[in-house]
Design a protein around this ligand. Structure first.
Ligand SMILES: [Zn+2]
Length: 102
């Protein structure tokens, strides 16, 4: 191997190491930033658009009127579903019961 080749190889290795170090630095920076984001003050999120809102916001929606509307709709359909969940088995049991006693 000639001296020229050796110098070439060493230069490439050094460049590679520099790149590696730069990448490590960037990654550490990114991690640092993520950690900083993670330690934001306590908050909750709008249940519709997930925008951060104050922790004691009730109902948990942002100030957007559309979000309030959507949440109301979801809430009422959830309530209806819960009622049906209890009502249908109750009716079924009632029918079976009526058949048994007659
Ligand atoms: Zn929202």
């Amino acid at each position: 191997m000639s001296q020229r080749d050796r110098i070439m190889r060493d230069a490439q290795r050094t460049a590679g190491e520099a790149r590696e170090a730069a990448k490590r630095g960037r990654e550490a920076q990114k991690k640092e930033r993520a950690k900083r984001n993670f330690s934001t003050p306590d908050h909750r999120h709008c249940s519709v658009c997930w925008a951060p809102i104050p922790l004691d916001e009730d109902p948990p929606v942002c100030s957007d009127q559309q979000c309030g509307e959507t949440r109301r709709k979801r809430e009422s359909s959830r309530k209806r579903l819960t009622v049906m969940l209890y009502l249908f088995p109750a009716i079924a049991i009632l029918l079976v019961f009526l058949q048994v006693i007659t």
